[in-house]
Design a protein around this ligand. Structure first.
Ligand SMILES: Cc1cc2nc3c(=O)[nH]c(=O)nc-3n(C[C@H](O)[C@H](O)[C@H](O)COP(=O)(O)OP(=O)(O)OC[C@H]3O[C@@H](n4cnc5c(N)ncnc54)[C@H](O)[C@@H]3O)c2cc1C
Ligand code: SF4
Ligand code: SF4
Length: 389
């Protein structure tokens, strides 16, 4: 018989929120049926917090009385990886499957010129959302926008229900946006079938909620689109690095991308490159122990690595993911080519997945580290010849 699930906020706070494992995905916040979890997204924090003063930050009165929704919804709590794998794919990841279990890997892009142009890579994610809205698979999507007129470059979660809204959200921002947090607004506006677009950490939320029975959100999250991700940056990177060292002000930036370097396009038509080595000091705290590069629990995972800049590397993982991609290829909404056209991208996917998996700490539950090869020993530097005296 399955063991009774008794873990509540007290355990989540100790084992995930304050242990470094918390990604800020906000699964727990969205699942809380008593609305006693808040979310701090100020000053680069991106963490859940307990709002009832009675029991302090690390315990919950509802939890003491038997509520367990937050731990059920957390994709970093205990044996999350093997449990979600088994739920989604009927088996755990084989040790060699560094980028997670998948059915197929292709390159895909939107055939509509506007969608393609507004997308970060091939515009595939936006094309899927538009198609899924049009064909009744979803009635809203949880996405990320830029706050206000966009000049602050503050990424914020939001709901997209129309073509204009989907296209306004297209493109990538490299700071964090817990798109799960838009769930309440979508439901309040009457949506019942939602797509979640989210970083790898967020794309484990819908299946963990479903398998651990975390309540209504799991039933409403009908489509799960993941974005490949090795890290997001603190919002302070704009002032502390881009402006201080390169004179690039937030309000002058119009587009950013990461292709081996941080690429920045400015309003005056300028193009600038910032070495990633310089950016690493602004890695967001919640990313430092994250083992999932490949959005391994999404229906469809998408990325921009590889030789073809205007195509989206597309990992098809589940039946619903395959159904949608096949139908879109058939009706010409997207075009595709085999992933083998770009073997370098497939190899890089594996390598970057390994790099992320190596972050998972040995003290945490087993799973993400399985099959990860040990790092190659660094070549010893030749000693400098002694200076002649
Ligand atoms: C922070 C970040 C890091 C990434 N790192 C990598 C990487 O290392 N390697 C790689 O191959 N690919 C990475 N990607 C994915 C890549 O940038 C594209 O998002 C992906 O290839 C899909 O492109 P598209 O043209 O199909 O999507 P589009 O049609 O442009 O749609 C992109 C969707 O992403 C959403 N979005 C944008 N920014 C954010 C955000 N910060 N948080 C949550 N949702 C957001 C938008 O709302 C939109 O719905 C990253 C993306 C982000 C946001
Ligand atoms: S990882 Fe996500 S669900 Fe888990 S505690 Fe952090 S914000 Fe909540
Ligand atoms: S590295 Fe990406 S997927 Fe992992 S916690 Fe950070 S934002 Fe989430």
């Amino acid at each position: 018989m399955a063991e009774r699930w008794t873990s509540q906020w007290k355990e989540l706070f100790a084992e995930v929120v304050t242990s470094g494992l918390c990604t800020g995905c906000a699964g727990c916040v969205v699942a809380c049926p008593h609305d006693v979890l808040g979310y701090d997204d100020a000053k680069g924090v991106y963490r859940p917090l307990h709002l009832e003063p009675e029991f302090g930050p690390g315990d919950c009165g509802h939890g003491q009385r038997g509520c367990t929704s937050c731990t059920r919804a957390c994709p970093r709590f205990r044996s999350w990886e093997p449990e979600i794998d088994t739920h989604l794919f009927g088996r755990t990841r084989a040790p060699g499957e560094m980028a997670g279990v998948s059915k197929d890997i292709i390159l895909a892009r939107a055939t509509n010129a506007e969608v393609h142009r507004k997308g970060q890579d091939g515009g595939l994610v936006s094309a899927i959302l538009l198609w899924a809205l049009e064909h009744g698979y979803i009635d809203a999507a949880l996405v990320s926008y830029l706050e206000g007129d966009g000049t602050s470059w503050k990424a914020v979660p939001g709901v997209a229900r129309t073509r204009d809204e989907v296209l306004a959200a297209a493109g990538s921002r490299y700071t964090y946006s817990a798109n799960t947090m838009a769930y309440g607004a979508a439901v309040a506006a009457g949506a019942e079938k939602l797509a979640l677009v989210g970083m790898s950490c967020q794309s484990s939320v819908p299946p963990v909620m479903a398998l651990r029975k975390a309540g209504k959100p799991a039933r409403r999250l009908a489509l799960n689109i993941g974005l490949l991700c090795s890290k997001t940056f603190d919002d302070a990177i704009f002032e502390d690095l881009f402006e201080a060292r390169y004179g690039l002000r937030r309000r002058d930036i119009v587009k950013m991308n990461v292709k081996g370097v941080m690429q920045i396009w400015t309003r005056d038509g300028g193009y600038h490159e910032v070495p990633l080595k310089e950016c690493h000091a602004w890695t967001r705290e919640g990313c430092k122990l994250c083992p999932d590069f490949a959005a391994e629990h999404a229906d469809i995972s998408t990325g921009g690595i590889g030789a073809f800049n205007d195509w989206t590397l597309t990992i098809i993982r589940t039946d619903i993911g395959r159904e949608i991609i096949v139908k879109m290829l058939q009706d010409g909404s997207i075009e595709g080519r085999p992933g083998d056209d770009d073997p370098g991208a497939i190899e890089l996917l594996r390598k970057l997945s390994i790099v992320s998996r190596r972050r998972w700490p040995a003290r945490a539950s087993s799973g993400p580290e399985i099959g990860v090869p040990p790092p190659k020993p660094k070549k010893a530097k030749k000693p400098k010849p002694a200076a002649a005296t």
